[in-house]
Write a protein that binds this ligand. Structure first.
Ligand SMILES: CC(C)(COP(=O)(O)OP(=O)(O)OC[C@H]1O[C@@H](n2cnc3c(N)ncnc32)[C@H](O)[C@@H]1OP(=O)(O)O)[C@@H](O)C(=O)NCCC(=O)NCCS
Length: 329
């Protein structure tokens, strides 16, 4: 079996900042309530001209440039998204075209906010099997396009963004990935979902105008799920890697709610500072939150590749899905 390493990370977020004070103008809420319950102060919201393809391609190009590879060197593009430009073709195919990655195969992964971990696991498996050498993993979501901006229970949470990683085959002894754990539980579909856009979408004209296509989220139920899913995934991935929480230099959790992150730090008895957190500035960017947080941590020097930090990613989301990955970078 071959090993895999990450050559580079990248990210792209829209320029437009929407603060909690901006949301106070849309519905009854307050900056204080949102910060206290979620840790979010502001989020980036896509402009009309931004799409999952344009933002995803920007993050991918950013990672590709840093990797030193050319677009033609990429063998496979995996895009994790729940908010792609079309039902089909896949967002990854359209990004392939934008990059000029003419030698690649491309497909999308639908695992909502756990999508980046699912994508990374898939990329690693293709590389380990020897089928592909250079794999580009992209995670992009424009949750704002499916947010009801009159619903204070959901509109405060989400933001838009994209992240990417370029993986390359290497010798087994240089393998960066120590373990993966991914899981799903399909009975949670009504807890977090977007109704009326799949094949169940009504064909009668009156239904099309009457039925909303906005995110429905049972916040309390998702919260209860998340505080169990995060430790479950981390415990399983750490055990597979024959490691304990104290061995990890930095945890990069899905950025959904600061209280969920705090609860995980408490559970594993590690200082919360070991959990990389940028939720205050971006909110929940769904699949993109982990690679955005990682790329920022590299840029500001928190994570230094020279030190070969031991990292743990952990995510959860609609499906319900959850998962974790332990790696060295
Ligand atoms: C969404 C979330 C912040 C809501 O916080 P909460 O403490 O569960 O709040 P509740 O929905 O129970 O509502 C409590 C009260 O606050 C009110 N409220 C809800 N949103 C509000 C807002 N934005 N501003 C002010 N008040 C608000 C409710 O109306 C309710 O008032 P009531 O008791 O008079 O009816 C929280 O449930 C959460 O973060 N859940 C996890 C979501 C998540 O991680 N999603 C992503 C998954 S990938």
């Amino acid at each position: 079996m071959k090993g895999a390493r990450v050559l580079a990370w990248g990210r792209a977020v829209p320029d437009q900042v929407v603060t909690n004070h901006d949301l106070e103008k849309l519905f009854e809420t307050s900056d204080e309530w949102i910060v206290q319950r979620t840790g979010i102060k502001e989020r980036r919201i896509a402009k009309p001209e931004d799409t999952a393809v344009s933002l995803g391609a920007k993050a991918a190009q950013n990672a590709l440039t840093k990797s030193g590879l050319k677009a033609e060197d990429i063998d496979l593009i995996i895009c994790a998204t729940a908010t792609g430009d079309y039902l089909f073709p896949a967002t990854s195919c359209l990004i392939q075209d934008k990059l000029g990655a003419i030698n690649a195969a491309s497909f999308d992964i639908s695992a909502a906010c756990t999508g980046f971990i699912y994508g990374l696991n898939t990329a690693y498996t293709y590389i380990a099997s020897g089928q592909f050498k250079n794999v580009l993993v992209i995670a992009v979501d424009l949750m704002s396009r499916f947010t009801d901006w009159g619903d204070r229970r959901t509109a405060i949470i989400f933001g838009d963004g994209a992240g990417a990683a370029v993986l390359q085959a290497c010798a087994p002894e240089e393998n960066a990935f120590k373990s993966f754990y991914i899981k799903s539980r399909g009975d949670g579909d009504c807890t977090l979902y977007v109704p009326n856009v799949g094949n169940q979408y009504p064909v009668k004209a009156e239904d099309i105008t009457a039925k909303p296509t906005m995110v429905y989220m049972d916040g309390q139920a998702v919260y209860q799920f998340a505080v169990k899913a995060v430790p479950d995934a981390l415990e399983k991935a750490l055990a597979k890697a024959s490691m304990v929480a104290a061995d990890i230099d930095y945890f990069i959790p899905h950025q959904a709610n600061y209280r969920i992150i705090e609860s995980a730090a408490k559970r594993f008895k590690v200082p919360v500072e070991k959990f990389i957190c940028n939720i205050d500035r971006y909110g929940n960017t769904s699949a993109a939150s982990i690679p955005i947080a990682l790329d920022e941590a590299l840029e500001n020097g928190t994570i230094d590749p020279k030190q070969k930090h031991k990292l743990a990613f952990v995510g959860f989301g609609a499906g319900l899905t959850w998962g974790a990955c332990v790696l060295e970078f």
